[in-house]
Write a protein of this length. Sequence first.
Length: 370
Amino acid sequence: MTPAARRDALRELLRAAELDALLVTDLVNVRYLSGFTGSNAALLVPADGEPGTRLATDGRYTTQAAAEAPDVPRVIERACDRALVAAAGVDGHRRLGFESGHVTVDAHAALLEVASEIGTDPTGAGLELCRAPGLVQRLRVVKDEAEIEALRAACAAADAALADLIGAGGLRPGRTERDIAAELEQRMRQHGADGPSFDTIVAAGANSAIPHHQPTDAVLAAGDLVKMDFGALRAGYHSDMTRTVVLGPPADWQRELYALVAEAQAAGRAALAVGVEVSSVDAAARDVITDGGRGAEFSHGLGHGVGLEIHEAPALSATGAGRLVSGMAVTVEPGVYLAGRGGVRIEDTLVVRPDGAELLTLTGKELLAL
């Protein structure tokens, strides 16, 4: 779907919300709707059609904006959001939506000041700023095939990086968590990634029981569980994968823990189907772990959406709301964490399809003893 087609889809939501236009200030949403990737931008999308659509950015991005968003008229102004509020007034809009989940209190005050300076028409109507959170995110939650291909390429870069790391003997006693994290990120770039999706997690030994442990100079030792949670960024889209290995022959408790998490992860993947409640997907995996006596040690939701951001809707959790729709890209990542001993998490990125979930992260999930 082109950015123009996405703007057309947004217009349907604007009309349903009785808004004349939407001021888009979240840069991720600006990119989604226009193609522009600069660090300072805002977009005005009228409800009644493309005329009046404007992309605002500053002089640093004049050439880039013309190249990335050639079909959108441009306003070159440092204060992008205020410039477009003024433009909305000139265009005669009366109900201007804004992304209230993104706009700060101070920024909102500045927008109100601009709106108050816009003259009223003979009826006395002025420009009203209306909260309109999450409209673009409602579109982004379902990926088109071009987006899925970008996700597939990002996942492939991560898969290849881990295969190279293991094949080169990079997971071994004596190396540090930081060493491995840095090598994974370097290898993802070698396989076409623009960078990592997020700060790579490498957690060894007792650190593997910390769900979001950040790599340190801790040295890997024989017998350690090593948990790696990482992803590649490709064309703006994020992959997400976790694999846990053991250095040397696994102890019985490590093998049992891994088998439990693997069973739960398989149950979560199998539950991904069009029309299923997101909370039911979480329950499918969580029930396995609870029945195994480790429910208290599964301390987070089962997964989340991925796309232009590493964490997007939907939330696969006990408190998540809504049903799965074909084209949603999500993670399934149960984990069990035994404080002071070690933990296991297994995570894949998948796409919901009418005939079952498509697996994008293809690295095997058997317990590797290295």
